[in-house]
Design a binder for this molecule. Structure first.
Ligand code: NAD
Length: 216
């Protein structure tokens, strides 16, 4: 059986590493970056710091926070409009799985016009989106290192699973300090999510020597 392993080009981990987001975008030759940030962190000091660091490098920024947990196709369209207003060429996504997924699909929608529902299923995205730096603030979905986005189609009231290698973030910045503000029930829920992903990956028929250490 053939196997395949996809991952971001860089995964930066460690307490405080969130501030590396600006230098990563600079190294990707970003000129205009849309900051897709979970409403909970919209006024956080570190988000300001990332924005200021980008601006000091001559990178223009705008912020998009107008989306909900379990984001919808409408959230993606609104974000794609913000991306287009800025004439952006890159995205930094900060938040839980919802923020990361909406950012992935904003990038896909910016590169591929048309309804979001066209992407539902496997490998339906024609053109890759712009570089995306993903900064998770929960610990469950792993969206910062998956080629998946989950978006609700509001017309059909269906949660669409969209899987395509073009959805893999360019880089992930995994700073555990960002999870400290989670309420205890959320910490528990996302912990069970992470545990389930690990078990499923380890017992999967598609497990391979690269996935096993990550699952463990
Ligand atoms: N792309 C993937 O590979 C993948 C995998 C599994 C699930 N998902 C999707 O991810 C979404 C769920 O993501 P999630 O579980 O990370 O939650 P979430 O992103 O929906 O966030 C849940 C709530 O927690 C808040 N929050 C986030 N981080 C916080 C923090 N550090 N402190 C305080 N509050 C915080 C958010 O504002 C929100 O109100 C679902 O839509 C699910 O379908 C995606």
């Amino acid at each position: 059986m053939t196997s395949r392993f996809d991952s971001p080009r860089a995964i930066i981990t460690g307490g405080g590493c969130r501030l590396h987001a600006a230098e990563l975008l600079f190294s990707m030759q970003a000129h205009r970056t849309l900051v897709v940030v979970d409403p909970f962190f919209a006024t956080a000091d570190f988000v300001d710091e990332i924005g200021s660091a980008l601006n000091r490098q001559g990178i223009a920024t705008d912020t998009f926070s107008n989306f909900q947990p379990d984001p919808t196709d409408q959230n993606v369209s609104d974000g794609a409009a913000a991306f287009s207003r800025l004439d952006a060429d890159s995205i930094v996504a900060i938040g839980g799985g919802s923020a990361l997924d909406v950012a992935k699909m904003i990038g896909a929608a910016a590169a591929n016009p048309g309804p979001i529902a066209q992407f539902q299923g496997y490998h339906k995205i024609s053109k890759p989106g712009p570089p995306l730096v993903a900064v998770p603030t929960t610990a469950g979905t792993g969206s910062e290192a998956t080629k998946v986005a989950v978006i609700t189609d509001t017309a059909r009231n269906v949660k669409m699973m969209i899987l395509d290698a073009k959805l893999m973030p360019t880089a992930a910045i995994v700073d555990y300090e960002l999870t400290f503000s989670m309420p205890k029930p959320l910490t528990a829920h996302v912990g069970v999510d992470a545990l389930t992903h690990g078990i499923e990956a380890y017992v999967s028929r598609k497990a391979n020597p690269l996935t096993d250490p990550v699952a463990l």
